[in-house]
Design a protein around this ligand. Structure first.
Ligand SMILES: Nc1ncnc2c1ncn2[C@@H]1O[C@H](COP(=O)(O)OP(=O)(O)O)[C@@H](O)[C@H]1O
Ligand SMILES: O=C(O)[C@@H](CO)OP(=O)(O)O
Length: 446
């Protein structure tokens, strides 16, 4: 799908920055930057693998961007890839030759995911130390590759996931729970095989914590069962999750269920990780494009977090500061670029996403400021469970909303920002981008 940005004086700048950012986050290019293959030598970052010493080279993967990562590995390694299986979100698949692509459910795991999880576990279990597994990991893996422990059904895991996603917990906290409800996460994939592992990661977690991205299937996990219980209590969902899940977690805390793989574990000596792309790289490219378009540009932060509406209020405060013209931190024409990932504590049955919630709140925050635009979008192209990437609003959006009878405050209260922003013509659509490196936030003062 081509990039769709509403008409406005900043349309061209938006197109340039978004396109540059998405290109820099392209999983195919990201893999090619980090990996090369000459003779029998596979270079991954600073590490080299002599492939003549391995019997089989298998590509396993999970995440929204993992099909494109697999494609890049195929193009590099050609027939040296003996096969593999990579799981992506429905609609995010691409054509591959040797590596099978499976499409499963996200953000709620489904039956296809369960089947694929079992197949992947079976595939790696039979490998030996003379085999090499290349793991193509990106955000979304937690849901795409469910592997509930004995005693917990898929339906029970689905319910727990639903509650967690709406609870306002951070992705790190959510994944502390998911790691303790999975036999493949929290290092479980690495523990399931004797093969050598190199994991290529397109990160969608701020700070690139290896244990959090896709719940770290090949990474150490310092968190414990007690931490998982604490997260569920903190967000007041302990009493709402299924009894089987509580039983499993309590049993784990008492030492009746094996813990996730802990830092320093011996098995991790045959595992290496390489971050091939992340939010920062995407932001740098977007900022560069704005600069080249003649805007004074700063990359303000890679860690916009917290409730989306609050983050939007801070964003609006910055807009006021710059627009005031009174010793502004940046003079027009200027562009502020930031990244990160906010959270939304969802109540009710509204339709929206983090970026749309941010944009709608920003519209109220910058109301009345002339020639100021704020945009927010998820780089995967689907903001929350919707078909748009995000939205762009201006200092005039709130007035237009009033005129049209669109109640932005009410939309925010009900977390129902999609219909409001749609009516106002503010949506930015990219279609599924094939990548996933968190969100992009822009403040534009031409
Ligand atoms: N109606 C809504 N309004 C705002 N945000 C929502 C709504 N429904 C879900 N979300 C947010 O969408 C997130 C999941 O959507 P998604 O963009 O797929 O996340 P991710 O990119 O992390 O996988 C949830 O964490 C939740 O905060
Ligand atoms: O897979 C996951 O655990 C997370 C983080 O990597 O991704 P997403 O929020 O896209 O599901």
């Amino acid at each position: 799908m081509p990039l769709r940005v509403p008409a406005s004086p900043v349309r061209s700048l938006l197109r340039k920055t978004i396109t540059a950012g998405l290109q820099a986050a392209d999983p195919f290019q990201a893999v090619l930057r980090a990996v090369s293959f000459t003779g029998a030598s596979l270079r991954v970052g600073r590490r080299r693998y002599d492939l003549s010493r391995y019997d089989r080279v298998i590509v396993i993967g999970a995440g929204k961007a993992s099909a494109r990562m697999a494609q890049a590995l195929e193009s590099l390694l050609g027939p040296r890839v003996d096969g593999g299986l990579v799981v992506v979100k429905r609609g995010h698949g691409t054509r591959t030759k040797r590596i099978e692509i499976a499409e499963t459910g996200h953000p709620i795991p489904d039956r296809a995911g369960l089947r694929t999880g079992r197949r992947i576990k079976g595939m790696v279990e039979e490998l030996t130390p003379r085999d090499l597994v290349i793991v193509a990991l990106s955000g979304g893996a937690s849901s795409l590759l469910p592997a509930p422990p004995p005693g917990v059904s898929l339906a029970e895991k689905q319910r727990t996931t639903r509650l967690l996603l709406r609870s306002g917990a951070t992705i790190q906290e959510i994944n502390v729970v998911r790691k303790h409800l999975s036999v493949l996460k929290g290092g479980g994939l690495a523990a399931s095989t004797n093969a050598t592992i190199v994991t290529l990661i397109l990160s969608d977690v701020i700070g690139d914590d290896l244990g959090s991205i896709g719940s770290g299937p090949t990474a150490a996990d310092p968190s414990r069962f007690a931490d998982a219980i604490a997260v569920l209590r903190r967000y007041k969902i302990w009493n709402r999750i299924p009894e089987s899940v509580r039983r499993h977690l309590r049993g784990g805390r008492r030492g009746l269920v094996p813990e996730t793989v802990k830092p320093g574990a011996r098995l991790l000596r045959r595992v290496h990780h390489e971050i091939v792309g992340n939010n920062r790289l995407m932001l740098a490219a977007a900022a560069d494009a704005a600069q080249r378009a003649g805007f004074r540009t700063i990359l303000l932060s890679t860690a916009i977090t917290g409730e989306a509406q609050e983050a939007a209020r801070r964003w609006a405060a910055l807009a006021h500061l710059i627009a005031s013209g009174n010793k502004p931190p940046l003079r027009r024409p200027c562009c502020v670029v930031a990244g990160g990932e906010t959270t939304v504590t969802v109540t009710g049955r509204g339709k929206g996403g983090r970026a749309q919630e941010f944009a709608a709140a920003a519209a109220l925050g910058i109301a009345g400021l002339p020639k100021v635009w704020a945009a927010a979008l998820g780089t995967d192209g689907t903001d929350g469970p919707t078909d748009v990437a995000g939205a762009v609003v201006s200092g005039g959006t709130a007035a237009v909303a009033r005129m049209m009878g669109v109640d932005l405050r009410r939309a925010l209260k009900r977390h129902d920002t999609y219909p409001a922003l749609q009516a106002l013509g503010c949506h930015i659509a990219t279609g599924p981008t094939g990548t996933n490196v968190n969100d992009l936030y822009l403040l534009l003062l031409p």
